[in-house]
Design a binder for this molecule. Structure first.
Ligand code: GTP
Ligand code: MG
Length: 362
């Protein structure tokens, strides 16, 4: 085995560079963030079988490609910085124009206070410069809410064909509880009973196996704890006849690369069936943390977002702001600890109603 390092702006791109060079027959050794010329970059080390390398044509040329790709990336990020500076200059111009209008200034301040980013709002107001809307605060509020509504995306529940749903996310966000709620919903609460099985990949945490087992026993649902990628592939094969296989994972800090590597190994173990990866995000999380979580978890090719702990906050602006930026579709809302009751399909109206309530409180 030989090891090689790939560097890019995020772990996913660095891993993709490795796949581009050696194909998917590689193993992830480590992934971390490092400073290159003052810029924070993601460094991924992969190991490759020497025999695989012999099979690849003219590897020396490809080494160059990796290096060029890394340089290109640095150039691209410099270009991004220049673009950002230009954007900020343009922004300043509009800012002055907008600050002249007291209605815009007031509505902007209100939305910023509730967690919506100034840059996004300014973009929205720019397209309104010649419109009558800017003379009326309630019209302005309605306009912004409509724009938010347009951007939010919903992932519809679809059980028309068998599927595997994996829930990933930071520690303690409610993955296991949500798996139990989903299992109950699919097995007992819909138009017809679906055949559901649970797989637990969380063999790290003390009591994790028992926690899921407890729910599975109550619901009389098949439950299997799995320890490695081969066992995972075999278990999925064994569960072929099930309508829904729900996969629980260990909670990971977005910086815990060893657990990421383990999850990637599980995700790449089953080559035959698609695995929907759902990120569970708490509605109470801070924006900066949300950004880090998304940047790191997007490495796992996210299918949709489940928002948990809806009941623990009245302030949804930070969450909305995250959606405006990342456009990830939402599938379910978890709004309490009760299994199976405290779960509902993601709903834009519900989200916006709560947000408006928060705005009305000023
Ligand atoms: N208020 C509230 N509590 C919740 C919600 N979902 C889960 N919880 C609680 O949050 C705690 C953690 O829930 P778990 O389901 O174990 O979280 P997890 O993500 O599986 O945790 P790890 O496996 O340790 O990463 C428990 O006390 C749950 O009852 C929710 O929507 N609202
Ligand atoms: Mg758990």
């Amino acid at each position: 085995m030989i090891e090689e390092t790939f560097v890019a702006s995020d772990p996913k791109s660095a891993y993709e560079l490795a796949v581009e060079k050696y194909g998917t027959n590689i193993s992830l050794v480590s992934a971390k963030q490092v400073l290159y010329d003052g810029i924070l970059r993601s460094e991924v080390i992969v190991s490759i079988d020497e025999n695989e390398i012999l099979l690849l044509e003219d590897t020396s040329d490809e080494t160059e490609i990796t290096e060029v790709a890394s340089e290109e990336e640095i150039l691209l990020s410099e270009l991004e910085e220049i673009k950002e500076e230009l954007f900020l200059m343009k922004d300043d111009m509009y800012k002055e124009l907008q600050e002249d209008n007291p209605h815009i200034a007031k509505v902007k301040a209100l939305f910023i206070k509730k967690g919506i980013s100034a840059a996004w709002l300014e973009g929205m107001f720019q397209s309104l410069s010649d419109s009558k809307i800017v003379e009326d605060e309630s019209l302005l509020v309605a306009y912004i809410l409509e724009e938010i509504d347009d951007i939010l995306q919903i992932q519809k529940e679809d059980l028309s064909s068998p599927k595997i749903m994996m829930l990933v996310g930071p520690t303690g966000v409610g993955k296991t509880t949500t798996i139990a709620k989903l299992a109950a919903r699919y097995a007992y609460l819909l138009d017809r009973p679906y055949k559901v099985a649970l797989i637990n990949l969380d063999t790290f945490k003390v009591g994790a196996i028992e926690q899921l087992e407890h729910y599975a026993d109550i619901m009389q649902i098949e439950h299997i704890a799995v320890h490695d990628a081969t066992e995972f592939r075999d278990t999925l094969e064994h569960l072929k006849g099930y309508d829904v296989v729900l996969v629980d994972t260990a909670g990971m800090s977005p910086y815990d690369m060893q657990k990421f590597i383990k999850t990637v190994e599980f995700l790449t173990a089953d080559t035959k069936r698609e695995i929907e990866v759902n990120l569970v995000l708490s509605a109470t999380v801070k924006y900066e943390d949300m950004e880090d979580i998304y940047q790191n978890f997007s490495f796992l090719n996210l299918h949709s977002l489940i928002i948990s702990k809806f009941d623990e906050t009245k302030h949804l602006g930070t969450l909305l702001n995250f959606m405006l930026l990342y456009h990830l579709p939402m599938s379910y809302f978890s709004m309490g600890q009760e299994v199976p009751d405290d779960l509902r399909l993601a709903d834009k109206e519900y989200l916006l109603e709560h947000f408006i309530g928060d705005i009305d409180e000023g």
